[in-house]
Write a protein that binds this ligand. Structure first.
Ligand code: ATP
Ligand code: MG
Length: 183
């Protein structure tokens, strides 16, 4: 499974609908300070269910919506869709038959998010479930941000264990057990 496209509209500095095509396995994003490089990564984490505004470098969740510039008015909603190429069926089970998987999140000014899986409305949980144990996901080790390496080096054993369990693919089962115990 490979991230092939990021479609952004109204998210942070991306006011107009923008498609980022990731045509190969290695893509570099370059540009001057403040041009939106980190916003692109925020976008990817946000769709996958990031629920902390702080982790998206904002104060409240609706801070991700374009809030105006010297020449443009603020707008009312933001949406992002990630398209994954799943032609190798590496995302198996019920998803194996889909050669492309689209996950989308939309937020309006009331702070409410809606999630969609291949165009059909779904729960946040359905999206996070897909990525659990894959290394990808809103807080996973697939996205290494500034300061994360030193945080890992200094992490308490329990925190380090969470990362190792995600890498080993165990977190998915632990999560399901927790969910079952809660019921
Ligand atoms: P650097 O090289 O400094 O790390 P960068 O390319 O990573 O820069 P970003 O952090 O992605 O830059 O983008 C910052 C820009 O995004 C700022 O100009 C900021 O005003 C703009 N921005 C962030 N949130 C919003 C928003 N909600 N509405 C409009 N613009 C926003
Ligand atoms: Mg940056």
């Amino acid at each position: 499974m490979r991230l092939s496209k990021i479609q952004i509209a109204g998210f942070k500095s991306f006011v107009d609908p923008t498609t980022i095509d990731l045509r190969s396995n290695l893509t570099g994003i370059v540009g001057p300070n403040g041009c939106g490089k980190s916003n692109t990564i925020d976008a990817v984490r946000w769709v996958m269910g990031e629920s902390s505004a702080k982790h998206l470098r904002g104060a409240s969740m609706d801070d991700v919506i374009f809030n105006g510039s010297s020449s443009r008015k603020p707008i009312g909603q933001a949406s992002i869709e990630l398209l994954f190429d799943n032609s190798d069926a590496s995302l198996g089970g019920e998803y194996a038959e889909f050669s492309e998987i689209g996950i989308k999140r939309l937020i309006s000014r009331d702070g409410q998010s809606k999630y969609f899986l291949n165009g059909t409305r779904c729960r946040r949980r359905d999206i996070t479930d897909i990525f659990l144990g894959t290394g990808l996901g809103p807080r996973s080790y697939a996205i290494i941000e500034q300061g994360m390496i030193s945080r890992l080096i200094e992490a308490k054993p329990e925190e380090l264990r969470n990362t190792l369990e995600e890498a080993a693919g165990i977190s998915k089962y632990k999560d399901r057990r927790r969910e079952t115990e809660r019921r």
